[in-house]
Design a protein around this ligand. Structure first.
Ligand code: SAM
Length: 213
């Protein structure tokens, strides 16, 4: 199984939540993503690359009747996620697996969300994962993604070098070139759009959506 852990090195995973809280307006953009997903009771929702489950928890809190599952390749980060979910007293399922091989039958979900995972994937992995995500959505189901987007100007391009040095250039360059929507469309999503972008200390962060045919 091959994946890049939350902060590149497994030994740093336990620091992921404090680092994110200190450097990004995490709560704000994740809440925007949840709002954008327009969740309804009984929706089946998958958080791909859920990490410590911050987004999955926001999803469940926004729509307690939704059936929420988090998937991540990293067993250690899933232990942290389980502890957070249990201390919040929520019912969220967790599964270990690679996003491109997500172990669910086709059409299992109404919404698939993902935050800060796609920049951990090579171009080929991004393409395979978008295809898998489309297969896992029911017709008319939606994907909602928050990740690093096309740099809005030279300052944002330079700021993003910090992420590239941490996570590697191979997986992050597609993001800063603004290619995620292209790969989504190529995987068969309709109505692909960038719905929001914001300036951060690490560059431009974008939200995207797409609809499964
Ligand atoms: C930067 S963290 C983001 C975690 C969380 N979504 C958030 O927004 O805080 C990226 C996560 O994606 C997971 N990941 C990376 N590549 C993956 C893959 N191919 N399949 C499943 N999970 C993956 C990592 O283990 C890590 O937990």
């Amino acid at each position: 199984m091959s994946y890049i852990p939350a902060l590149r090195y497994e030994s740093l995973t336990r620091f992921y939540d404090p680092v994110l809280r200190a450097t990004l307006k995490e709560d704000r953009f994740k809440r925007l993503l949840v709002e954008q997903a327009a969740l309804q009771p009984k929706h089946r929702v998958l958080d791909v690359g859920c990490g410590t489950a911050t987004l999955a928890i926001l999803v469940k809190q926004a729509c307690p009747e939704a059936d929420v599952t988090g998937l991540d390749g990293d067993a250690k980060v899933l232990d942290l996620a389980r502890a957070k979910i249990d201390s919040a007293g929520l019912d969220i399922a967790l599964a270990q697996g690679l996003a491109s091989e997500a172990p669910f039958p086709p059409g299992s979900f109404d919404r698939i969300v993902s935050s800060l995972m796609f920049h951990h994937l090579t171009t080929e992995e991004k393409r395979r994962t978008f295809t898998r995500v489309r297969e896992l959505l029911r017709p008319g189901g939606e994907v909602h993604i928050a990740d690093w987007g096309k740099a809005q100007g030279p300052a944002m391009r330079v700021a993003f070098l910090a992420i590239q040095l941490l996570d590697g250039f191979e997986t992050t360059t597609d993001n800063v070139r603004g290619l995620l929507p292209t790969y989504m469309t190529e995987a068969g999503f309709r109505g692909v759009e960038e719905t929001h972008r914001e300036t951060t200390v690490f560059g431009t962060l974008s939200l995207y959506r797409g609809v499964a045919p």
